[in-house]
Design a protein. Structure first.
Length: 340
């Protein structure tokens, strides 16, 4: 039998890299605090020796798991993937790992996932939107787990947030639609029950109509779960309404892409007969034909800032500061003035 191999230690890595054990520890736990040249040398030694940090010892010493939980409504929508990638990258820079769960837009599932992540010892939680029962926030406070909300900015809400003004952004886009001459607007929204982002976007369109002196009857609303096929079905239904809308605004780009696809299937010219707008500015919005007028949401900036703020909350440097991320309208080819 050959000699048994022992696992490499922190001292082995330090010796191989020619640095102190404290420097190796800093490099692994807080890489941003170590200069590039030293960090590269340490990581090269880690790879060469096959060193694995003793996470259990680190947790016991710090009374902290160095893990953050995030619960998103769905993994099917690209907007969450984009923001979470930036969120995770920032966490990694600070020495934290990410645990992700998906609630499928079901509050009872989210509640169970929150309890599970707290039981696993996460140091903090990222939640999407503010709409949930107060007892959940009571539970998090009881267990001293900081929670931050993203994708929604409501400074008056109980929990701090790093997000954007869904209502204001949708109001601005609706004003752009009205300025193009449209008077009968259809709105394909995500399901608003339990979803403050979707509800805020509906309210934003209503705000724009009210400010322009138009009554509620000038908007036709259809709610549907997010999805390209659902957007297509909702658009087909919308085209049967009387009066038929000359512009169809969609609660996100996924619904808008479905609407565009169905318009082509029905032989309806976009934007000649009907204008279509989206929200989020995912990559598909630019490459689809006609390209989609939409609201650009800087998901990566939001993810980075959310991670930084949540870590500050976990480490006691912040009680939780809310930050509003700016959005802007991206004008493309799916919105022009109507013929009439």
């Amino acid at each position: 039998m050959g000699k048994s191999r022992t696992a490499p230690t922190l001292n082995d890595v330090a010796k191989e890299a020619g640095v102190s054990t404290a420097t190796v520890s800093r490099c692994l736990n807080s890489p941003a605090r170590v200069v590039d040249e030293t960090r590269k040398r340490v990581l090269k030694a880690v790879d060469k020796l096959g060193y694995t940090p003793n996470i259990a010892a680190r947790i016991m010493a710090a009374n902290r798991s160095y893990s953050i939980g995030a619960i998103i409504p769905t993994m099917d929508n690209a907007i969450f993937a984009r923001g979470l990638q930036a969120f995770q990258d920032q966490l990694r820079e600070k020495g934290y790992s990410l645990l992700v769960a998906s609630s499928a837009y079901r509050p009872e599932i989210e509640k169970d996932q929150i309890r599970t992540l707290v039981a696993r010892g996460v140091d903090g939680l990222l939640l999407i939107g503010h709409e949930r029962k107060h007892e959940i926030y009571d539970y998090l406070e009881q267990h001293q787990v900081p929670a931050l909300v993203a994708w929604s900015y409501m400074p008056e809400a109980r929990q701090p947030s790093v997000g954007f003004d869904n209502r204001g952004a949708m109001c601005d886009l609706a004003r752009r639609v009205l300025a193009a001459g449209h008077r009968h607007i259809g709105l394909i929204s995500g399901v608003t029950e339990g979803n403050d982002r979707a509800l805020s976007r509906v309210e934003g369109v209503r705000d724009a109509l009210a400010k322009a002196g138009h009554g509620a009857e000038t908007m036709t609303l259809i709610e549907t779960p997010y999805g390209i096929d659902n957007g297509a079905r909702a658009f087909a239904e919308m085209m049967q309404r009387n009066p038929r809308p000359t512009a169809v605004m969609c609660g996100n780009d996924v619904l808008a892409v479905g609407a565009l696809r169905e318009a082509q299937s029905l032989g309806i010219s976009v934007p000649g007969e009907v204008a279509i707008t989206g929200f989020d500015d995912i990559e598909l919005a630019e490459i689809i034909s006609p390209s989609l007028t939409t609201v650009h949401v800087p998901h990566r900036e939001m993810g980075r800032k959310a991670a930084s703020e949540l870590i500050d909350m976990v480490e006691g440097r912040s009680a939780g500061q809310s930050t509003c991320i700016s959005t802007h309208i991206v004008s493309r080819h799916s919105l022009v003035a109507p013929k009439n």
